[in-house]
Design a binder for this molecule. Structure first.
Ligand code: UDP
Length: 239
């Protein structure tokens, strides 16, 4: 099939879609960590993340969170609305883990007093640095009105996703969202874009605290593919 590749990232390829205003997201098995210094292939990850992300985007959509998702195309691909990605990684944290522990000297697993939102400027060459709203507004990465919408959508996603994962015995420790501008005629609105999967979430089993996410890859903990499968199985998205 000849179709135009618009962009290739670390875990996904974006192809031109069948109609204007659409693109195809293709999920690869490639995994990277630590700003792509660590690379490997996790067999079957693309298939699983495609299904998990589809499921979660649909659930969020039902709860009135606008998303880019249109429909699944095949095991590795989904049709989504073409958006202009806002160059921010929006991180929501319920429990301390990863970079915030190093930065603030927190214990991994420590509950946070309330969900925290952090913003990183999406720039691989700079290693996605943490930024504040001052930077976001000064450099015009997003407007104050867009940031208000992003903040409330992110908090809403946190409530919904935390509930979904609690229902399958998992704790949503933290996760990363990306948003995009969707242009419809003269109107522009901000919608949830990219993916939501064990690549972009930390998920711990509520009973055993076992990590079922990309930290298994980051820290060579083994059973990486099996853990992604476990999340998919608990969500009942894998046959
Ligand atoms: N995350 C992500 N992509 C990134 C950076 C972070 O999906 O480029 C996710 C990560 O999987 C975790 C959350 O965002 O669920 C918070 O990550 P953190 O800032 O702790 O960074 P890390 O420790 O992963 O470097």
């Amino acid at each position: 099939m000849s179709r135009r590749k618009l962009y290739e990232g670390k875990a996904k390829i974006i192809y031109e879609g069948p109609e204007p205003g659409t693109v195809i997201q293709h999920f690869k098995d490639d995994a990277t960590a630590f700003n792509a210094q660590k690379k490997d292939v996790i067999e079957g990850k693309g298939v699983i993340n495609n299904r998990i992300s589809e499921f979660l985007m649909l659930r969020l959509g039902e709860m009135k969170v606008p998303t880019h998702f249109i429909k699944a195309l095949n095991m590795r691909e989904q049709l989504v609305k073409a958006v202009e990605i806002i160059p921010l990684e929006v991180i929501i944290r319920n429990v301390a883990a990863g970079s915030i522990c190093k930065r603030l000297g927190l214990e991994e697993g420590q509950s946070l007093p309330r969900p925290l939102i952090e913003y990183c400027y999406k720039n691989d060459a700079l290693g996605d640095p943490l930024v504040g709203e001052e930077h976001i507004f000064a450099f015009e990465w997003a407007t104050p009105q867009e940031m208000d919408e992003i903040y409330s959508m992110a908090m809403r996603c946190n409530d919904i996703l935390s509930g979904i994962f609690a229902g399958i015995g998992l704790k949503l420790i933290d996760f990363k969202l990306e948003f995009g501008r969707l242009y419809e005629g003269d109107e522009m609105r901000v919608v949830l874009a990219d993916e939501i999967s064990p690549d972009s979430c930390r998920l711990w089993d509520r009973e055993t605290q076992k990590r079922l996410d990309k930290d298994r890859f980051r820290h060579d903990m083994g059973e990486v593919a099996e853990s992604y499968q476990e999340v998919a199985r608990r969500l009942s998205v894998l046959p």
